[in-house]
Design a protein around this ligand. Structure first.
Ligand code: HEM
Ligand code: SF4
Ligand code: SF4
Length: 465
């Protein structure tokens, strides 16, 4: 729906400019609208040049151009209202970079205004923007009906997606939803603050002798990420079989089963990270143990403490902060490690003994080195080759936009055209007869009209002199 609205906004925007291209869009858009059997008269007729386009059309167009994006903001808000702390903008650096580059680009390579619209001219040979207006050449090369049916089909396909496409793990998610052991809960509300999907509520408690509030999970909103299990100092919450106690119990059993030499450690690896396979391989090559977790945000400080105490050194391989599948797992783990968020890493455990690595596959060298020889080099800032790659990607993007927005797909017309439009109510012939009493008796009471007329419209011939 949002994409559809964006295309409607772009249509009204281009039409507002009312140059040759805007006029062609109005004419072709009208053809598409005429496919809907809801208008008493053809819309295309308004753009044949017989009469000037009414000012009300431009007013309505301007109104729609402002109202549709406002509607989009509302839809976007609805779309993200399920999430806690939804982010509408990309990372600051990327936002500033792209905004700056686009502003500069639009100044250096402005989109030219074309010839003023004249409904008595046939448009052609003008550049168009293939991102918003790819449907124009398609309509010329196929037919209006095809483009209309294609857009309708594609919109229905995308709109129905949430009903027929769901990640398998989400299908049974109500039974996988997080569970609170109410008696254990101390009402600290840490899980309530941390849940990235706003699935936890704090409820008032009636029983005496316990905290005044306790946490309660809304199973319809819970995606079973397990992040809350790492938020709870009382180990009272988490998806079935995946609360912090379960995690630590399994971790201990795993370590007992897989002894390693004294100078080796254990690396926790996020199952969804793109470096997961490499991290397991590198750990194996370095003689380290690797332990897969659903998200590094599900790692309780007690689990880190256990690993750091047992091995002397431990590491965590997770996704970059803005690329966490469960949105905030990486951020919360880092803050617990920095002792800025509870339950924090205990003072008894040195931060240096826990190496947090949040990055992608190609950036993993510091982690591999840490496992090999304990070198504590932090992730280097962007290397010259990354700068060059970023610059190349930007140039490619801009070149793509410059090319895609200036494509001339149709020819300057080589011939004139005569447009004919006529309105004809049609001449009808009525043949009437009186019904017999028997015929009338056979009919339902409300259909007993004594005289019946058959109407036919006669064909007409158009003569040009
Ligand atoms: C989804 C959001 C929007 C899209 C995709 C969009 C797209 C466009 C496009 C493609 C044009 C034609 C540009 C040209 O070739 O000169 C345009 C023009 C225009 N837009 Fe938007 N627009 C959006 C939102 C808005 C909003 C929110 C406003 C104002 C509140 C606005 C005001 C205008 C105006 C005044 C023009 C006319 C410029 C002229 O006549 O030269 N647009 N828009
Ligand atoms: S499992 Fe994830 S989504 Fe469910 S309550 Fe815990 S933090 Fe929220
Ligand atoms: S973090 Fe644990 S103790 Fe605190 S409110 Fe949630 S379940 Fe209760």
């Amino acid at each position: 729906l949002l994409t559809g609205f964006m295309y409607i906004s772009a249509w009204t925007g281009y039409v507002m400019v009312w140059d040759e291209h805007g006029m062609a869009m109005a004419q072709m858009g009208a053809k598409l609208l005429d496919q809907l059997p809801i208008f008493p008269e053809s819309i295309e007729r308004s753009f044949t040049g017989g009469k000037p386009v009414p000012a009300s059309f431009f007013f309505m167009n301007l109104f729609a151009h402002v109202a549709v994006p406002l509607g989009m903001i509302l839809l976007l808000w609805l779309h993200t209202s399920k999430l806690a702390r939804s982010k509408w903008l990309p990372e600051k650096k990327l936002t500033y970079w792209l905004t700056g580059v686009f502003v500069l680009f639009s100044i250096l390579v402005p989109a030219p205004m074309l010839q003023k619209a004249d409904l008595l001219m046939i448009p052609g040979g003008y550049p168009t923007d293939l991102f918003y207006n790819f449907w124009m050449p398609l309509m010329e090369w196929t037919s209006t009906a095809w483009v209309f049916a294609g857009s309708l089909g594609f919109t229905l396909f995308l709109t129905s997606m949430p009903w027929w496409w769901r990640p398998r793990s989400h299908k049974k998610r109500e039974s996988l939803a997080s569970h609170v052991e109410e008696k254990r809960c101390e009402g600290c509300a840490q899980c309530y603050s941390d849940c990235p999907f706003d699935a936890i509520l704090m409820k008032d408690r009636q029983e005496e002798g316990l905290s005044p509030q306790f946490a309660s999970v809304n199973p319809a909103l819970c995606v079973s990420c397990g992040i809350c299990s790492a938020s709870c100092s009382s180990l009272a919450i988490g998806p079935p079989d995946r609360n912090a106690r379960d995690l630590i119990r399994r971790l201990k059993a795993f370590c007992d089963e897989h002894p390693v030499p004294d100078d080796k450690g254990l690396v926790f690896v996020c199952r969804h990270s793109d470096l997961a396979d490499k991290a397991h391989d590198e750990a194996k090559n370095s003689g380290w143990l690797s332990y897969s977790v659903e998200c590094t945000g599900t790692l309780h400080s007690a689990a880190l403490t256990f690993a750091a105490k047992r091995f002397g050194r431990t590491a965590v391989a997770g996704c970059p902060e803005n690329d966490c599948l469960f949105r905030e797992g990486t951020t919360w783990l880092t803050e617990r490690w920095q002792r800025k968020r509870g339950p924090e890493l205990p003072e008894a455990i040195s931060q240096d003994s826990v190496f947090l690595f949040n990055g992608s596959r190609n950036e993993g060298a510091p982690l591999w080195n840490w496992m090999k020889d304990g070198a504590t080099s932090q992730r280097p800032s962007a290397s010259p080759s990354q700068w060059v790659a970023g610059l190349l990607a930007t140039i490619l993007l801009l070149a793509g936009i410059a090319f895609g927005s200036q494509v001339v797909w149709n020819q300057v017309p080589e011939h004139g055209a005569l447009r004919l439009g006529w309105r004809l109510p049609g001449q009808k012939i009525e043949v009437c007869r009186d019904l017999s009493p028997e015929e009338l008796a056979k009919r339902l009471a409300h259909m007993r009209k004594p005289r019946e007329c058959a109407v036919t419209y006669i064909n007409y011939r158009l003569k040009l002199f």
